[in-house]
Structures are given as C-alpha cells and as structure tokens.
Design a protein around this ligand. Structure first.
Ligand SMILES: Nc1nc2c(c(=O)[nH]1)N[C@H]1C(S)=C(S)[C@@H](COP(=O)(O)O)O[C@H]1N2
Ligand SMILES: [Mo]
Length: 318
C-alpha cells in the first residue's frame, strides 16, 4: 500500500537536522498531498497527521518575551483555562467544548492571507509557525462575560505576516474568518440561525499593533483544539470574542467587516469592543471580573491594562 511505502517520508530527520531545502520540499509535498482530500489517501493522511503533530512539538516551548510579559502577572491555572472555553461551533456550554473537539482535524490546515495586498499567500498554519520566530507572551485575557485570566500565549506579531503580503494603501481593515466544518463541529447544527462562519475584524492600525498576535500555542505547547488550534488571533485589550479561533482566512479590505456578534446584537457587541470598566454591557457591569481559576473578583482595567501601549489609537482627534 502506498501509505506503507510513503511512511518513511514523514519520519525524515528532525527539522533541526534537515537541510532547509529538503525540509521545504517535504512541506511542499505534504501540502499538496494533504490538501487534495483524496479518499485513496485517507489512511496515509492519518500517519501524516502524526508526523505533523511531532513536528509541531519541536517549536515549543518558545522563549518568553519579557518586554511583553509583565512580571507581576501570575499565570492562571493551565488545566482550568484550557477546559473552560467559549467556542460555540462546538458547544455553548464552556465546560463541554473540550469534550466535543475529538472529531476536529487541525492539521494540515491551509490559511489564506489575501485581499488588498500585493503578495497574497496560502500557507499551512504549522508552516507559518515555523516561518516566524515564535515567542511566549503573558497577556491578560478578558471575556465580555466578566471573567478573566492571565495566559501565556505562544505566537508571533500579526503585523509580521501582514507586512509579508504587502498591504495596499486602500487596506483599512483586517477581516478574520474562522473554520466552519459542520461534520467536525457539533455545535453548528444547534445554532443554525447564527451568521456562520465566525467572523471578526480589526482596523488596520489595531491589526498592525505589536500587541496583536497570532497564537499557535499556549502554556508552552501547541494550542489545544478547544483553544483555537492550530492558529488564532489574540487582541489583549479587546473583549475575548474579538480573538477568533481556528482561523482559515485573513483578509485585507477597505470595508469594515460584518462580525458574527455585531450582526447578532450590535448594542451588546459593537465592532470596536475595547475592554472598558466604565461602559457596562446592557445586561451587566464591566467594572470587575472573576478570575477563571481562583474565582477572585478583581477590578477590570481600562483597555484591559494596556492603555499605555494602545491608548494612542483611541485619542479623539482635535
Ligand atoms: N471561532 C470562534 N472563535 C471564538 C469564539 C467562538 O465561539 N468561536 N469565542 C470567543 C470568545 S467569546 C472568547 S471569550 C474566546 C475564548 O477563548 P478561550 O476558550 O481560548 O479562552 O474565544 C473567542 N473566539
Ligand atoms: Mo468571550
């Protein structure tokens, strides 16, 4: 069978000891192979997935960038954070998401970066993670539902990828579209009225800000499926729903994207959605937040504690 003959191909020497051209060729091979979706190759695809998983692990843990990781922040408990999820494609119950992700296949995973740019690109998420040096950053995370956490993400600045595709002058927004795979995501069938796929967006200046990252890992490991494997955006000064999980498309556009939450309820989930303790949600206060692991209630900070870095973006003009 072809998969037996091909198997050694996927167990080539590790990335570190493979000459770069050979490594790239294998990537190219895996990409074409993986994305054909041919039934003949289904068994081989399983083996391929193992190899991708093994490759992914080599990138973690990444070195912490202390300039973006305040020493006074104490990490939330890993087990609690990775099993308390908002991921409606799987379940609306935060405790149940983790139990419903087993059918979700996250490698190979093409991501399209396109729209108003000179050099559009489709690249596998894991290849992306190998392309840009990964680093760890300890960020505050604040859900609009008034819970929060302190999370060590692994990833790279979104602006590095955007610079790579060379945005055109007309690009004013970045639109993020996340996966919609009904056979793999049992929550979709229960929320048929929602405007799937889950879509989010940022203004160009927000997307280009050094705090905005694409995360491929968390707690020193590849992202668990329930946290948005294989790649998600993280925008730490905005409510959590701006941070789309399991991205399939990043598009530069001149139009403000219609987001899922804004479409459903614009008063509750406006496009900008900066964390602001002074502006209550129509149904609850945003002044404080419950820490997800300890249950402690702490005061929410303007721009989630990132006012010094991003406040400038929101200064009203004269
Ligand atoms: N595709 C997708 N992305 C999503 C969501 C979702 O339901 N689907 N939920 C958002 C919300 S409301 C939050 S708070 C965070 C939760 O991320 P976490 O589970 O990693 O903590 O993911 C955001 N990204
Ligand atoms: Mo959220």
């Amino acid at each position: 069978m072809s998969n037996i003959i091909l198997r050694p191909e996927w167990h080539l020497p590790e990335r570190q000891v493979t000459p770069e051209p050979a490594y790239r060729n294998r990537r190219q091979f895996l990409r074409e192979f993986g994305f054909t979706g041919s039934g003949l190759l289904a068994g081989a695809a399983l083996l391929e997935r193992d190899a991708w998983a093994a490759d992914a692990k080599k990138l973690y843990p990444a070195q912490r960038n202390i300039a973006f990781s305040p020493p006074d922040l104490k990490l939330s408990d890993e087990k609690v954070f990775i099993s308390y999820n908002n991921f409606y494609e799987f379940s609306t119950s935060k405790e149940s998401v983790v139990e419903r992700v087993d059918k979700f296949i996250t490698a190979p995973w093409p991501v399209k970066i396109h729209g108003l740019c000179e050099k559009p690109l489709t690249i596998d998420a894991q290849e992306l993670a190998a392309e840009f040096p990964l680093e760890e950053r300890v960020y505050r995370f604040r859900c609009v539902e008034a819970w929060g956490a302190v999370v060590p993400w692994t990833g790279f600045e979104l602006r590095k990828l955007l610079e790579r595709v060379q945005p055109k002058a007309g690009a004013k927004f970045v639109k993020f579209v996340t996966a919609m795979k009904p056979e793999q995501m049992p929550g979709l069938a229960r929320l048929r009225g929602y405007p799937w796929p889950y879509t989010e967006g940022l203004r160009m200046e927000e997307a280009m800000h050094p705090l905005t990252i694409l995360a491929t890992g968390v707690y020193g490991k590849p992202l668990p499926k329930q946290n948005g494997a294989p790649i998600r955006v993280v925008v730490p000064w905005k409510y959590g729903y701006k941070s789309g999980k399991s991205l399939v498309s990043i598009e530069l556009t001149d139009q403000q994207p219609k987001t899922l939450w804004e479409t459903l309820s614009p008063e509750e989930y406006p496009f900008e959605s900066n964390v602001d303790p002074a502006v209550p949600h129509p149904r609850w206060s945003q002044a404080t937040e419950r820490q997800v692991d300890t249950g402690d209630r702490i005061r929410t900070l303007p721009l989630n504690g990132y006012a010094a870095q991003v406040g400038e973006l929101y200064k009203k003009k004269g």
